[in-house]
Design a protein. Structure first.
Length: 76
């Protein structure tokens, strides 16, 4: 079985002419089990309105790590 990804919740913020930032909670399911994680992605919209993703970073769904990332983003 290949890994399957599921988006549990996502929020997008548009910026510029046709760009967006997406913050999402996702789940990966594989033969070894399930894991939830957070992703921060940057993308753009095609002329048809379809979203395309360019870059992404994942963050473990661990309160200490989430808090660290959020705090550092606000500080920088």
């Amino acid at each position: 079985m290949d890994a399957q990804f599921e988006t549990i919740k996502d929020e997008k913020k548009n910026f510029g002419k046709n760009n967006f930032i997406e913050v999402a909670r996702k789940k990966i399911k594989s033969e070894t089990g399930e894991t939830e994680f957070l992703s921060i992605s940057r993308g753009y919209y095609l002329p048809s309105g379809e979203a395309r993703y360019k870059k992404s970073v994942t963050v473990p769904d661990v309160p200490e790590i989430r808090d660290f990332v959020a705090e550092q983003i606000k500080k920088i």
